[in-house]
Design a protein around this ligand. Structure first.
Ligand code: FAD
Ligand code: PHB
Length: 384
């Protein structure tokens, strides 16, 4: 006797979208989330959605607000040596684009859809242990018996410990200090800046809110970064040699430091437990891929579970880990490549010369720019 077909641990993008896709297939699920609804809806993280991510949200009816408020971008700027260079993503990648829409907005939309449909989603019900053999999730309020468990509880969750996995990892010697500010974007597109003082990124959330990031040492204390210092550093790193760029400033209403890490746990399945999203892998944010990778995982998982519960076909589930990992490693490479190209690394002048040569090649060679573009907008699910 089980309580549900699929027990989903974690109400981040991976867990919530999985629950949504399963409901559409007539498969029941229970979502258990450690934090409160307010907390998960306010947690500021990623902002770039690949075309494939937008498509799945649109096709499954949870993109009304995304369609209204999301900002579609057809290019990005790479800025270095005091000059900007546009990479025309859509021209280079078969018309595909990215959409800027905050991760917590996606989370809000998925929570509303689930609660409106009367489907089970329990907040402040953190899992304490997952039994992958029997299919039990032990949590703060009791235990949940499931035919299948989806471990969508992020990097610091409990699910991964139940999978005897090999871990591949790289921790970078820097972190990102990120801010949200009430300031109009200073550019129509994102600006990725390589500067001798370190990387900087100009992004946005709406016509009146900007999101900016600065590379900082990994152990940096946020207290050492009063607002004036943040703006001064952003202005210095993002300046154009001809003086024609000035970043719009405004009230900073959110500030945080996030570490940069590459991490993969292989395989992504053990017994009845399937890991998805950050529970299985982390990418450095330079490629804007973490959320999109979580979405790609649960699309594969939902399809496998659909065939399994519909007619007992286990092939999709058996191939889940291998299939996901092909994409995971492509995205790992791209995220690492963007990271090592754009950040200040060790300060070694030889390394800096190579970085500069690589950046110049990317903006000069159509082949190199296309490589960036097709990875950035996201490879088709079938390709990787
Ligand atoms: P999560 O979003 O982490 O969701 C996991 C959920 O599980 C959370 O709600 C958590 O509260 C819950 N949970 C944890 N433990 C338990 C438990 N024991 N029981 C029940 N629930 C549990 N990516 C980018 O592309 N750009 C960015 O700028 C960016 N910034 C980031 C900043 C931070 C601080 C972090 C941590 C990540 C960032 N990412 C960024 C990555 C991106 O946000 C993630 O890849 C994405 O959130 C993955 O979704 P997920 O659902 O797999 O995991
Ligand atoms: C963001 O807007 O938060 C963002 C954009 C691009 C990235 C990472 C984060 O590469």
């Amino acid at each position: 006797m089980t309580d549900t077909q699929v027990g989903i641990v974690g109400a981040g993008p991976a867990g919530l979208l999985l629950g949504h896709l399963l409901a559409r297939l007539g498969i029941d699920s229970v979502v258990l989330e450690a934090r409160s609804r307010e907390y998960v809806e306010q947690r500021v993280r990623a902002g770039v959605l690949e075309q494939g991510t937008v498509d799945v949200l649109t096709e499954t009816g949870v993109a009304d607000r995304l369609q209204r408020e999301g900002m579609v971008h057809h290019g990005i700027e790479l800025r270095f040596g005091g000059a900007g260079h546009r990479v025309p993503l859509s021209d280079l990648a078969a018309g595909r684009a990215i959409t800027v829409y905050g991760q917590q907005e996606v989370v809000k939309d998925l929570i509303a859809a689930r609660l409106d449909a009367g489907l089970p989603l329990e907040f402040e019900a953190g899992a304490t242990e997952v039994d992958a053999e029997v299919g039990i999730v032990r949590h703060e309020g009791g235990e949940l018996r499931c035919e299948v468990i989806a471990g969508c509880d992020g990097f610091h969750g409990v699910s991964r410990a139940a999978v005897p996995a090999q871990v591949f990892e790289r921790v970078y010697p820097f972190a990102w200090l990120g801010i949200l500010a009430h300031a109009a974007p200073s550019s129509e597109e994102l600006i990725y800046t390589h500067h001798e003082r370190g990387f900087a990124l100009h992004s946005m959330r709406s016509p009146s809110v900007t999101r900016n990031y600065l590379q900082v040492p990994p152990d940096e204390d946020i207290e050492d970064w009063p607002d004036e210092r943040i703006w001064a550093e952003l202005q210095t790193r993002m300046a154009l040699a001809d003086g024609s760029f000035s970043l719009n400033e405004g009230e900073i209403f959110e500030k945080g430091i996030a570490p940069m890490r590459s991490f993969v746990a292989e395989p992504m399945r053990h017994g009845r437990l399937f890991l998805a999203g950050d529970a299985a892998h982390i990418v450095p944010a330079t490629g804007a891929k973490g959320l999109n990778l979580a979405v790609a995982d649960v699309r594969v998982l939902a399809r496998g579970l659909g065939a399994y519960f519909d007619h007992g076909d286990e092939r999709g589930l058996d191939g889940y880990s291998e299939r996901c990992l092909r994409r995971v490693w492509r995205v790992q490479h791209f995220s690492w490549w963007m990271t090592q190209m754009l950040h200040r690394l060790t300060g070694d002048p030889f390394e800096a010369k190579l970085q500069r040569s690589q950046l110049e090649y990317v903006v000069r060679s159509e082949a190199a720019a296309r490589t960036l573009a097709e990875n950035y907008v996201g490879l088709e699910l079938e390709d990787a």
